[in-house]
Write a protein that binds this ligand. Structure first.
Ligand SMILES: [Zn+2]
Length: 264
């Protein structure tokens, strides 16, 4: 007689708690000949090979009977199912803590995994490359449209095809604006933190330091004559320092440049 008992749990968290499968072999007149015992974990199969007149199969967990089949007979191979269900929870009180600890540590591992994922891929650190590619493609097509328009206008002047030339040029200009907006939206041109590449940046403060005043020869527009002419102007320079902070990694940095004011 070939017998196999396969365990498939419907109750999660107790896969390592063994189920004991006991096979009791009887001779005619129900005299107990032999008892065979095997432990199985979740998804395991207990296999038995024996000769007898009649047999019982009992599945136990922690001494409690989950399921039994009494007075089985026959010669064909037999497959029996077993497994832990929700209704068996009361039998598993001795194991609960263990199972909970395992579930807890599994949850911790999972949340650790999530933490790493968020660290790796904060949205503010990523440039939308496909959006940037779309923007560059639109820009390329827009340039072709503009050059086509200019070409038509240069060949046909204000002749019969000129409206086509203007049309192509207009499409090209609209395309250039659309591509600029798309590339801007991808975050490719954003100011970013040098440390973590995030674009979540806060402008903290601005400091201005007087550097000096000097006179300089410059071309200026004479409003009376309408012509540009050279004139001496007074320039004052300030050393400007801007303070920034990254919202993501708290990195701080400064950006400095010279701001010039002009007075006559
Ligand atoms: Zn940062």
């Amino acid at each position: 007689m070939l017998l196999s008992v396969k365990r498939i749990d419907k109750l999660v968290g107790y896969a390592d708690v063994p189920i004991t499968v006991i096979v009791e072999l009887y001779s005619e007149g129900r005299d107990l000949d032999e008892t065979i015992e095997k432990n199985i974990l979740n998804n395991e199969i207990a296999s038995f090979d024996f000769e007898c007149y009649e047999f019982d199969v009992i599945c136990l967990v922690d001494g409690w009977t989950l399921r039994d089949w009494m007075g089985l007979r026959g010669t064909q191979p037999l497959n029996l199912p077993c497994g832990l269900k929700k209704s068996h929870s009361t039998y598993l009180e001795n194991y609960k803590a263990v199972a909970d600890n395992k579930a807890e540590s599994k949850r911790e591992q999972e949340s650790d995994g999530r933490h790493i994922v968020t660290q790796q891929a904060d949205a503010s650190q990523v440039v939308d490359r496909s959006k940037k590619a779309v923007g560059l493609t639109i820009m390329f097509l827009a340039m072709i449209a503009i050059f086509t328009g200019i070409f038509i206008l240069s060949v046909h002047g204000l002749g019969s095809y000129s409206h086509l030339g203007w049309l192509f040029s207009a499409i090209g200009v609209i395309g250039l604006i659309a591509s600029a907006l798309t590339i801007e939206g991808s975050g490719a041109n954003d100011t970013r933190c040098q440390k973590c590449q995030s674009n979540r940046i806060t402008f903290l403060n601005e400091g201005e330091e007087y550097k000096g005043t000097y006179s300089k020869q410059e071309s200026v527009l004479n409003k009376n004559t309408g012509y540009t002419e050279f004139a001496r102007v007074i320039k004052t320079d300030f050393w400007v320092t801007e303070y920034y902070k990254c919202d993501l990694c708290s990195h701080t940095w400064t950006k400095s440049y010279i701001r010039s004011t002009t007075s006559n």
